[in-house]
Design a protein. Structure first.
Length: 701
């Protein structure tokens, strides 16, 4: 009897010890109740019920807000936050009590995969008041993992993982990670990634445990409770707190009572191997299938599903111009706020600046909310509230596109004009685009400079992936040229009278830009960080929705841009742009044909109105209803004929024959169309695939 009693007592003690070491799962979000999350913006009132996911330990529903969705997870399904709008929030029954129970000693774990690094810290799971009470398990803008908490002192305690020395980053993208953090007042915070201890924090003066408040608001997953300003700003004073979410997937989120040991964390990681790869769509810039026609089309360009979903737009919001004989495009996309892009055959994008002024709050007195602050330009219009693009002409001879935009700061404020109308500073631009891929950008009167040579970097690429280190070639009208390299730092442009610039993208077709004689270029020599790139590198534009007029890019996770030069067009508010695969000599020929066009004489039934550089066209007025019997272009090496365009007022074409020096020009070398003004007056546009350095007589029948 004594032996049996002794054995019973010993067994009870062993079981008690075992039970006391057992960690209890207090909360568990598995996201296995997969369902469709609808966009309430497109549902009638009363049709929408806020969707929820169940926390399995207590059986409480947690509401899903925004445009997140369920995707395949490490086990079953997981939840994917869109990076813009989505979060999950709920109050467990335990936290409704007057004396809410949350442990002093705790383990928090989750599986996570990132599509892009957050703009600043973003939570996997948090409770309490940010940086004041509660705890926060999250990821920062460089991919560091962190567990942060309050212990009712004035210190917000942070235990963070480290960055790689080479890439200055933490977690890789598109890869599953098991994240765990433990806290015990007697030990401190320990942080684990994939079962391995990566950081310890012990800088506590007291053993109070985690201090909780605002527990009636419950837990939140995916989005901060307070907006944070994006990290790495160029100008702190022009960067504001912004709404964003975790751009990634989470699964199997658990809170345990008690701090797990290192071996227990390792076991937790090892026992669950991902069943599925993380589900992220490619984030390539919009692509349009070649049609082999010179066309301007309205369309709705697609980027990637999460970005596309936030835009309440129809199918005719963007404009794409394509060419018959050139695998390149001109793209007006809301992702660039409609700043037109010259897109090469292999998808390299070159863009330009809009009119730009600035409101420098830091030079003023008072609160920055009282002043237009930072850059005042099209880039700030993240929702394209006022940026608009329209097709004005669409005929076989040319396309004319109008781009109009309000110059605003990143809080959508404007600078009023001196005329006191209250309309603010607006930009209005016309693009005259011809079948050879050459276009004139005509900037109508307004405020601020408008030329800055910029190239874009789609996610997954750095500036060096898209452009040669010998990034820029300058030429003058005499044919002198110099190519400049950024390998040893930004260069100094020193070619006299250089008004021609070629951008050496890593593509067959190279973008070029030409000013009238007297225009010039200057290297963009600001904000270069050699440890990251040879070129300036920012990601607050394009496509981003943060409230900032400048943010340095630390990784290739997001769409970004880089600048090469500023341009001064001299006395003219227009410039010539295009793409060519025929080398510098062709660009020089285009420049000369435009700067010093061939001298023109005409027959008696036509009035010569001169050459309009801002349209790249010879202008005429027909004064008799008959064929145009003679247009003579006196060309030479300095004034070559190259794909001339004729704009003839009071002229209607139903069919056309063009005779050059007595011989009919082949039909496929002639493009023509007719446009009518609001009064019904016709205007014919004729474009000829023709080049010569000899005098030519042209008859239009």
């Amino acid at each position: 009897m004594t032996l049996k009693l002794t054995l019973s007592i010993c067994l009870f003690i062993l079981l008690s010890v075992s039970a006391s070491g057992q960690k209890d799962v207090l909360f568990h979000w598995s996201f296995d109740d997969k369902k469709e999350v609808l966009d309430p913006a497109y549902l009638d009132d009363g049709e929408y019920e806020v969707p929820a996911t169940m926390e399995s330990s207590e059986g409480d529903p947690y509401s899903i807000y925004g445009l997140g969705k369920f995707v395949p997870g490490v086990k079953g399904s997981a939840f994917k936050f869109d990076g813009f709008s989505s979060y999950i929030e709920g109050v467990p029954t335990e936290l409704d009590e007057e004396e809410p129970f949350l442990p002093r000693s705790i383990t928090v774990e989750s599986w996570v995969s990132l599509g892009a690094y957050p703009w600043n810290w973003a939570p996997i799971l948090t409770v309490g008041k940010y940086k004041v009470t509660g705890f926060y398990l999250g990821i920062d803008s460089r991919g560091r993992v962190g567990f942060h908490m309050s212990d009712a002192t004035s210190v917000w305690h942070e235990c963070n993982s480290s960055l790689t020395n080479e890439g200055k980053l933490g977690l890789d993208l598109n890869k599953w990670y098991h994240i765990a953090a433990t806290y015990d007042p007697s030990v401190g915070i320990k942080l684990y990634i994939n079962g391995e201890l990566v950081s310890i924090y012990t800088d506590f003066n007291f053993d109070y445990g985690i201090a909780y408040s605002q527990v009636e608001e419950g837990f939140r997953l995916g989005m901060n409770r307070v907006d944070l300003a994006p990290s790495d700003p160029i100008r702190d004073w022009a960067t504001y707190p912004s709404k964003y979410t975790l751009d990634g997937i989470i699964d199997e989120v658990k809170i345990w009572e008690g701090a797990k040991s290192e071996s227990e964390i390792s076991v937790s990681f090892e026992k669950l191997r991902p069943e599925n790869e993380p589900s992220f769509d490619k984030r390539n810039f919009p692509k349009v299938k070649e049609i082999g026609r010179f066309r301007a089309n309205y369309t709705r360009l697609k980027y990637y599903p999460e970005w596309d979903a936030i835009w309440p737009v129809g199918d005719f919001m963007d404009v794409v111009v394509q060419f018959e004989d050139m695998p390149a495009k001109v793209v007006f996309w809301r992702g660039t706020r409609y700043s037109p892009a010259l897109v090469t055959e292999n998808g390299k994008w070159m863009v330009d600046q809009s009119r730009e002024t600035a409101g420098n709050w830091f030079l003023s007195t008072g609160n920055r909310e009282e002043f237009v602050t930072g850059c005042v330009e099209h880039m700030s219009d993240v929702q394209t509230r006022s940026s608009r693009v329209s097709i004005i002409e669409d005929n076989p001879a040319r396309k004319v596109i109008n781009w109009r935009y309000l110059q605003m700061d990143v809080t959508f404020r404007q600078i009023d004009l001196p005329n006191n109308t209250g309309f603010g500073q607006w930009g209005n631009e016309l693009y005259y685009i011809y079948p050879d891929g050459v276009m004139v950008r005509k900037v109508l009167p307004g405020q601020g400079g408008w030329q800055e040579t910029i190239f874009l970097n789609e996610p997954g690429t750095r500036p060096e992936d898209n452009i040669e280190l010998e990034a820029c070639t300058l030429m003058n009208l005499d044919g002198d040229s110099r190519t400049y390299s950024w390998e040893e730092g930004y260069p100094v442009f020193n070619l006299p009278d250089a008004n021609i610039q070629i951008t050496n993208l890593k593509s067959e077709y190279k973008p070029f830009m030409i000013f009238r004689e007297g225009g010039e270029f200057e290297v963009f020599n600001l904000e270069v960080r050699p440890e990251y790139s040879h070129f300036p590198w920012w990601n607050h534009w394009p496509v981003a929705q943060i409230i900032s007029d400048g943010r340095s890019a630390n990784a290739s996770d997001r769409a970004s841009h880089s600048s090469l030069s500023w341009g001064d067009p001299g006395d003219f508010d227009y410039a010539l742009y295009g793409l060519t695969n025929e080398g510098n000599s062709k660009v020089l020929q285009i420049a000369r044909s435009w700067e010093t066009p061939a001298k023109v004489t005409v027959s008696d039934n036509v009035e010569n109105l001169g050459y309009d550089h801002s349209q790249r066209a010879f202008l005429f007025n027909r004064i008799e209803d008959s064929d145009i019997t003679s247009i003579t272009l006196e060309a030479n090496n300095e004034s070559p004929i190259l794909n001339p365009a004729f704009i003839i007022k009071n002229h209607i074409i139903n069919d056309i024959t063009v005779v050059v020096n007595g011989d009919p020009l082949e039909a496929d070398l002639v493009r023509y169309g007719v446009e009518y003004d609001i009064h019904g007056v016709p205007m014919s546009i004729i474009w000829l695939d023709l080049e010569s350095e000899q005098t030519m007589n042209i008859k239009i029948k």
